[in-house]
Ligand binder design. Sequence first.
Ligand SMILES: [Zn+2]
Length: 507
Amino acid sequence: MRRALLSAFALFAILAAPAHAAGGPSPGSPGLGDRLFPGLGNGGYDALHYDVDLRYATSAPTQPIDGTVTMVAQATQALSRFDLDFAGASVGAVAVNGQQVSFARVDGELVITPRAPIRNGDTFLVTVSHYVAVPTVPDNNDFSTEAFFYTPDGSATAGQPNFANYFLPSNDHPSDKATFDFRFDVPAGETAVANGVLAAKWTSRGRTHWAYVQRQPMATELVQLAVGNYDVTPDGVQSGVLVRDVTAKPITARILPDLQPFTGPQLAWLQARVGPYPFDLYGSLVVQADLGFALETQTLELIDTSWFDDFDQGVWEPTELHEMTHMWFGDSVSPKTWSDLWLNEGHASWYEFLYAEQKGELADDTQDYPDPTGYATFDELMKAVYAHGDQWRNDSGPVAAPSSADTLFDLQRYHGGALVLYALRQVVGAATFQRIERAWVQRYQGQSASTDDFIALASQISGRNLTGFLRDWLYGTKTPPMPGHPNWKVDQAVGNQRLARTVHGRR
Ligand SMILES: [Zn+2]
C-alpha cells in the first residue's frame, strides 16, 4: 500500500513537471537575447540554408514580393514550437517537412507549431509560402523605411541591423549564418540580382528567371535583392576576384567611370594587408537615391548616387574601400551580437583612413568626422578622436557596449573602434598587429565572432595577455592613456550631446 502510494506520487511528480525539465519538447525562444535587440533571432534551432523563391508580378518599382522561402534548420533542443522573424505584410501558408502546419503572427514573430515535436538534433524544413513584402519610400531619417525600398528604377534591400525580416522570413540575427539560393521570376526585360554567383538565367513566356548561389555562409542582414531597370556590367577578374557592377540604367554611363578603375587596385590593396578575398565575386550596386549610408551587402555592396553627386572623389573613393573591407570584417566574419559592431566598423574605418591618408584624401574623407576641419594625417585624426573619448563613452556607451540600439551606429563604433585598433597597434607593433588582422579573418572565416574572441586571438598571436588592456579600451567608461602618446589629452565630458551620430555615414 505504502509502496503503491509512493509510486502514484512519483508518477504525479513526473507528469506535473514542466516538459523541458524532463527533456521533453518545449517552445524555442522567440529571441536570442541580444542586449540591443532582445527579440531578434530565435532559439531552439540553427538555420543551415535558405532557398528563396521570389516572384515580382510586374515591372513597377513599387512591386511587392510574392515570396516562398524554405529554411533548412537543425534543432538544438526538442521543439514543440518555434519562431521565425517576419514583419512583412502577410503569409500565405507554412509547412514543416512538407506538411501544412498552423502558425500565428505575434508582433515581428512568425510562431510555428509543427504537427509533431521536432527532436533535438533533427534537421527539418520550414517552408513559408506566398509571403508578401511591400517596398517603401526610402526616408534617410528612418532606416526601417530603407529595409526594402524602391527608387525610380526598381527596388533593393538594406536589412542591417534588424530589418531583413521585413522582406525575408528568417532567423534574423548575425550569429546564425547560412548558405543561400535565390531564384527570381520577373517580367522579361527586368534585371534581378542577389548575393553570390549567377547560376542560371532563362526567359520563357514573357518571364525571366534568375538564379543565384551564395555558397559561403551569410548573415540575413547582408541579403541583397535588387530587381528593376538595372545594368549588370561584368568587369572581368580584378586582382584575382571576379567583378560585376550593378547600376540603375539611367546612371550607368555616368557612374561606371567612377567605379571600375578603383575596384582592382582596392582589392589588391586590401588583400596585401588582410589576405585573400573571402567570396566568389565582388561588385557595387548603385541606386538612384539618397539613403544616407552605403551598406556592405555580401558580394554586392550598396551605394547610392548621392555619394557621387554631393561629394568629391576624396569621399566616395575611401567609402568604396570601407564597404569592400566589410567583405572580410562584418560579412565573412560576422558579429556574434550587435554590441560587437565595432569589429565591423572599427576595422572598415581603420583601412578606410589608412587608404585615404595614402591617397591624400583623408581631409575630404573625414569631413565633419569628428570635427569639420579634417585631418592631414591618420595620427592627427586619431589624436582628435582620442580627445572625444570620454564624451563619446558618455553619449554612446563604450566602444563594445553601445548604450542603446539608437546609438549603435554612432561614430564611437567607427572612429572609436579604429582608435582601439590604434591603441592595440601601439602596444604590439605594426607587424604583429597585421598578423592579428590576418589571423582574425582566417580563423573566423564564414563564422560569427565576438569581442572576447578578438581579445583572445590578439593575446594569442601577440604572445601577451591583452585582456585587461583591451577590455579597458572596449568596455571602460573612461578613455585609457594612449600608449606611446603621453601628451594626448581627453576633453572633459560635458553631459549628453548626441553629437556623434553619422550624418552621411557608411554602414
Ligand atoms: Zn561600415
